[in-house]
Design a protein around this ligand. Structure first.
Ligand code: BTN
Length: 293
């Protein structure tokens, strides 16, 4: 395998992935047209960013069997051994007239969250939900009394994560790389993830085929990105809210300037910011780490 990876037609390109791509090209268009496979990479997002800087078009996908330096949000490591996960990164090129870097990246994050959650629901038939901003989780009802409507409590285990990274140059957004990692099978995880992570295999007895899941993710990305480009962001927000029940009525805590804050989630606004009711009024949260009850 060359350092630049292989494309469909190359004998080293996975045959199952090639056959799914051929099937979905009519629906997934640009998201199934330029898929580059590597057996091992540091991070698919680094490679996608390198290609984007060289002019790769929107929809270019970098896929790897394993990553040696997979990264997650807030500088965390994304555990990426071979054969246990789906690891891919996708190049997006927001139009020049798009809004601020934050609002464009935020809307793309919501769009991709909806697409990945829908794909997992369709292929694995698991009722995954989204935890703001974009963790795909499996929820088990918590021990809270059902007679008390709120705050809502649930035990959540993360099954997939999405990382959107924007590149700005010459005062405008050049591209956004969206990295997607889905845990397919159980693996020896770092001890700090033992209670917080899960995989499709651990949640359902039905087998989930990596190539089929990839095809469903790419088709869903194409579907939702088309709506976003057409300006139908309201539909994306509506779909996101329906997939994220915890964004309404869940107790959350966070640190702000060294001060412990707490409140109850009140949904997202039309830009993707999380609204939290606190004793001091409604807070609009655009980034950061929240602890969820
Ligand atoms: C998160 O922390 O929830 C985001 C995880 C994103 C992981 C994926 S795996 C493919 C891509 N390459 C990376 O290095 N990270 C993303």
């Amino acid at each position: 395998m060359t350092a630049s990876g292989v494309r469909p037609g190359d004998p080293e390109f996975p045959a199952d992935v090639a056959s799914v791509l051929t099937r979905i090209v009519p629906a997934a268009g640009p998201f199934a047209s330029e898929v580059i496979f590597h057996r091992t990479l540091g991070s698919t997002s680094d490679e996608a960013a390198r290609l984007a800087a060289l002019g790769a078009p929107e929809g270019t996908v970098v896929l790897a069997d394993a990553q040696t330096a997979g990264r997650g949000r807030r500088g965390r490591r994304w555990h990426s051994p071979a054969r246990v996960g789906l690891y891919l990164s996708v190049v997006f090129r927001p139009p020049a007239e798009a809004g601020s870097v934050w609002s464009t990246t935020s809307m793309l994050t919501l769009t991709c969250g909806v697409a990945v959650a829908e794909a997992i629901r369709e292929v694995a038939r698991l009722p995954v939900t989204i935890k703001w901003p974009n963790d795909i989780v499996v929820e088990a009802p918590g021990s809270g009394s059902t007679a008390q409507p709120e705050p809502r409590r649930a035990r959540r285990r993360k099954l997939a994560g999405i990382l959107a990274e924007a590149a700005v140059g010459g005062e405008r957004l050049q591209h956004v790389i969206v990295g997607i990692g889905v845990n397919l099978r159980a693996s020896a995880r770092p001890v700090e993830l033992t209670d917080r992570a899960t995989s499709i295999e651990e949640e359902t007895p039905r087998a989930c085929d990596r190539a089929e899941l990839l095809g469903a993710v790419l088709a869903a990305l194409a579907r939702w990105r088309t709506r976003q480009i057409a300006g139908d962001t309201a539909a994306i927000v509506v779909a996101w809210r329906a997939l994220a029940p915890g964004s309404e009525g869940t107790a959350v805590r966070w640190l702000q300037d060294g001060r412990q804050r707490q409140g109850t989630t009140r949904g997202i606004d039309e830009t993707g910011a999380l609204l939290v009711a606190t004793e001091e009024g409604i807070e609009r949260i655009v980034a950061g780490e929240l602890e969820w009850e």
